[in-house]
Design a protein around this ligand. Structure first.
Ligand SMILES: [Fe+2]
Length: 367
């Protein structure tokens, strides 16, 4: 039996060794299969009591276990790497989606903004067009209103008949030379106001023509214009010719020229009352803040309203001892600025609109 066992042992050992090698080579890393085969071999040879075989089998098992663990480790690593790659791809995909969404939103917003800009532009164009049409209509309305105003003025004057009295005009004749002489004396006293009354008279006459006023009224108004400052004859030289600003007393004295003027004319003849009224009121203001009586609006005699505009225009376009003359543009600007304050608004509009006919080249030589 001893020989048999010894022989069997050698056979089994050889067989196991060959089998393990063959099976390992044949099935690669699938060591479980080899182990199963070894177990099968053990079952066949379990009758053989051989420590060497058991050790060999145990060693083979350990080796197989180690290989299995190594295979598991490699597999786990591959799995983890695959999972990480999957996560990375997922994150990348989400980032791309987010960017695409952002771009889509930005494009949508840009489109919306562009549409709104076009809409706003169209609206602005429409509004500009409407404003243009409205301005054209307003201009037409204004023209009509001015015509209505002029017509009303002429009608009221004709109806009133105050200035249609030929006797009034006839009565002016004897005074005219006297008036001219007084004004000449006055202007001789003050170089700076020389020819002031003459220019105001010319403008007043042109203004009356533009307004289409009756000739009788024009004669009375231009006469009043020619002597509107006649009251300055009663003002002291120290006040009248003072180069700087007037103090309160001097200013009060200067303002009295309206009343003095009226008194002079009234003394000249009681039938000159309309002229006297015009002289008295030529410094009244449309808003009621003028002097000497603080008349307001239509309380101011009509001729005084005309003279006020002509008087201011000449004052602005002439150089005085205390200041240089203004330009025509600034003068027009000032007149417009004072519509409804110093002057009747409609009269300023007509005066400015007919500047060439009324003012003409009176100031062309002024430097
Ligand atoms: Fe005056």
């Amino acid at each position: 039996m001893a020989d048999l066992n010894s022989t069997s042992k050698e056979i089994v050992e050889g067989a196991i060794e060959n089998l393990a090698v063959e099976e390992s080579e044949k099935h690669g890393t699938d060591i479980n299969y080899v182990i199963d085969a070894l177990d099968d071999a053990l079952d066949v040879f379990d009758v053989i009591d051989s420590d060497a075989i058991k050790d060999k089998i145990a060693a083979s098992k350990e080796e197989a276990r180690l290989k299995r663990e190594e295979a598991k480790r490699i597999k786990d690593e591959a799995k983890a790497a695959a999972l990480a790659e999957k996560e990375r791809l997922k994150a990348e995909s989400e980032e791309l989606k987010r960017i695409a969404l952002e771009q889509k939103e930005a494009a949508k917003k840009a489109l919306q903004e562009e549409r709104e800009a076009i809409k706003a532009q169209n609206l602005a164009l429409k509004e500009a067009k409407l404003a243009e049409i409205k301005a054209a209509n307003d201009a037409k309305e204004l023209e009509k209103e001015k015509e209505r105003f002029k017509k009303k003025v002429v009608e009221s004057l004709t109806k009133d008949n105050k200035y249609e009295t030929t006797s009034q005009n006839r009565k002016l004749g004897p005074y005219k030379n006297a008036f001219t002489a007084i004004v000449a004396v006055l202007e001789a006293r003050d170089d700076y106001t020389a020819h002031h009354s003459e220019r105001v008279t010319i403008m007043c006459e042109n203004f009356c023509k533009v307004l289409g006023l009756p000739s009788a009224f024009t004669t009375v108004a231009t006469t009043a214009a020619s002597i509107h400052d006649i009251g300055k004859a009663g003002i002291q030289d120290s006040t009248l010719k003072k180069p700087g600003a007037l103090d309160d007393d001097q200013w009060d004295e200067m303002k009295s020229h309206c009343l003095i003027g009226m008194q002079i004319i009234t003394k000249a003849g009681e039938d000159l009352e309309y002229i006297a009224q015009g002289i008295l009121a030529h410094h009244e203001r449309w808003d009621g803040t003028g002097y000497p009586m603080k008349l307001e609006g239509e309380e101011i005699p009509y001729m005084a309203r005309l003279i006020a505009i002509c008087d201011s225009t000449d004052a602005m376009l002439s150089s005085r001892c205390y200041r240089r003359h203004l330009t025509e543009d600034i003068c027009i600007e000032e007149l417009i600025k004072n519509k409804g304050k110093m002057y009747q608004p409609e009269l300023v509009d007509i005066f400015v609109d007919n500047w060439d006919e009324i003012v003409g080249d009176l100031y062309e030589e002024v430097e």
